[in-house]
Write a new protein. Structure first.
Length: 259
């Protein structure tokens, strides 16, 4: 019987400190060497997510790209995903159990109220992502400190107890300008809505453009007028609290250098 160990955020402190001097490419290569085919990329194909997919593609790493399709994304988002697929990236799409039409018929337009929004995000984003629990030991994601708010202190590695894996953030210290410079210098494919006033892009029901001078996330859940959850709780960094994962002893030793 294989033994297992727990890993908390505190256990990762030393490893995270050692990563603070390393760049995105080094972190991605370390992750691939450490987790192999138990590593994937999580992307919603926004700017930073596209930069991350491009970096992985440039490194020629055969990593699966996981994305959650809520069923109500913008046509421009689907077109962007198609372009990445055409580049040869393998994209694994996770979907909610019901269509938005069925959900609306059975529960009403949940996204129109604060309580409903939390349930809708749970049904259409968080629950589909749980389908990957057990499939990977780690996922690369594009959270970065320059997004501010709950993400302003995001570490390189953080445990995700919902998925029982490590979240790895290679772009953790990229300022917004570095992301746009990387995209422009490397002709990275991005969602055309970014150039039309949408700094961040989610579902059609809950995303609007922002006006000059508005905060970056002002266009998310604007119709709830400040009553919304600031995030959909798909990222442990946004959930707050301390999370713990369980890993095989062999992986525990490989990561932390102890048994
Ligand atoms: S962003 Fe809006 S439509 Fe999308 S899952 Fe959340 S509440 Fe539902």
């Amino acid at each position: 019987m294989s033994e297992s160990r727990h890993i908390s955020a505190d256990d990762l402190t030393g490893l995270n400190e050692s990563f603070e001097s390393q760049g995105a490419t080094d972190i991605i290569q370390w992750a691939h060497a450490t987790f192999g085919d138990r590593l994937a990329v999580l992307s919603s194909f926004q700017q930073a997510g596209c930069a991350l997919c491009h970096l992985v593609h440039q490194l020629q790493l055969p990593l699966e790209i996981v994305m959650v399709d809520t069923g109500v994304l913008f046509p421009e988002t689907y077109e962007t995903i198609d372009k990445y697929q055409a580049m040869g990236l393998t994209i694994s799409t996770l979907r909610p159990e019901r269509s938005m039409e069925d959900q609306n018929r059975e529960e009403g337009a949940l996204y129109l109220t604060r309580e409903g929004q939390e349930r809708c995000c749970e049904l259409r984003k968080v629950a589909p992502l749980r389908q990957i629990r057990g499939r990977y030991d780690a996922i690369l994601s594009s959270l970065h400190r320059s997004a501010g708010g709950a993400r302003s202190q995001v570490p390189v590695l953080t445990p995700d107890s919902e998925l029982n894996l490590l979240r790895i953030h290679p772009l953790y210290n990229w300022p917004r300008e570095q992301i746009t410079t990387y995209i422009d210098s490397n002709n990275v494919i991005v969602n055309p809505l970014h150039a039309q006033g949408y700094p961040t892009i989610g579902c059609t029901r809950c995303t609007t453009p922002v006006l000059p001078g508005e905060p970056e996330r002002a266009g998310r859940w604007r119709h709830l007028q400040g009553q919304e959850s600031a995030y959909c709780r798909i990222n442990p960094t946004d959930r707050g609290g301390s999370e713990v994962i369980t890993v095989p002893t062999e992986l525990y030793s490989k990561l932390l250098g102890k048994t």
